[in-house]
Write a protein that binds this ligand. Sequence first.
Ligand code: GLC
Length: 473
Amino acid sequence: FVKTGGLADVAAALPVQLREMGADIRVVLPLYAKIKAQFGMHMRHECDFNIKLGWRNQYCGVESLVQRGITYYFIDNEYYFGRDYIYGVFNCDEAERFGFFSRAVMDLLPLLDRVPDVIHCNDWQTALVPIYRQDLAGRWDALRSIRTVFTIHNVEYQGKFGPETVEDLFGLDRGWYEDGTLQMDGCVNLMKGAMLCADAVTTVSPTYARQLHQSAYAEGMESVVQRCGEKFTGIVNGIDTAVFDPATDPELTAHFSAQRLRGKADCKKALQKELGLQVQSDVPLLSVVSRLVGHKGIDLICESLDVVMQTGCQLVILGSGDGQYEDFFRYAENRYKGRLCAYIGYNEALAHRIYAGSDLFLMPSRSEPCGLSQMIAMRYGAVPIVRQTGGLADTVRSCQLGQEDGNGFVFADYSAFDMQYVISQAVNLYRTDIHRFRQVQKRGMTDDFSWDASAGAYESLYQHITGQTRSTK
Ligand code: GLC
């Protein structure tokens, strides 16, 4: 319904997969203006009530929509969600908006036809749910059987607010702060609270889960991660293989698969034309589809630009983010006219065509909880060049040094020199041994990145914390 990053892909695909496995699953999300404009007229008004947020008393409507057998509940409040951004743009009342949302989820529970066994929350915006569940369970019987899961999609965004929010906004006793559950370094940290209150805490890849025990990656949360002990695990994301399928993707000029690669050459040609690059089939085309922010390793790309261009490849960048990077790539496009295209902005359809038309895909992230684009790239036959971190380490296997099972190129240290070195290795392989290049490419195209295994892991987790198996329903 709405998207700013990989979380949207997960929120769209995981419920569908769980439902196919037999779960009764409902999804609750805010009725953002963008969703209302596009889907509002198809929604059903379920109910409305008022919500108390400290001294505030706010209207809350619940609208619903059924898609692919799943009921979606949209929390409606014009004042909080009728804006032209989703979150993170202005930080002035984020605590209030998502405090309201989390409270709405709790107040919706008694109105549902059944009490859920598990509430699975994602990122700090929903972190208050496990906290409220804990807070209210003492006097609200129905809540006692509910188990909560909290998933961290990126530890950088923790939901830090002033101590006054505890009572004034969230309507919680100050004890929650004083006893250290919500307190971290002198302010409220909602992620910490959720990690301590939830029955299980997960993040989106096993490597990232291990990294979060270390201060170099955990953004100050390592001690909380350690306190979570066994209840903290990593489950790698999948991708929606029905949506990301080069054999059927409606956005592409031609279709292809690992068995019939011919259409990929047509996609490359069409992409070069569309982006104003020289139409040359034998020049390796390297692409980047990414938010242009620090942790994605964009500074390494900027630093290495001339060296990368000297390999003779073409380069395509799609994304938006920090102004300094946007300017850098706009300028670079002028310098390398016909060989470099920088599309500043986001365009989902074009992203599909870039994956399909590229030979190589670059993702040198400084940290990467999971990362979805490297998996999409592989499925479309763009061989990934990644830094060995987080989910990148769990999905890309190196083909260097004679490793026979590799599906991409990997470098370990966060260094421009190391990245340049593997890029030149990749370009060389393409130029001098296309047969072996195709093997690496086909391995990535046929690897299983579907949600099957990951959704199975979530189901086992739900079973573990509830002590139930599916057959008891
Ligand atoms: C965040 C992470 C990304 C992950 C996505 C979905 O956007 O930065 O690595 O793939 O969430 O879990």
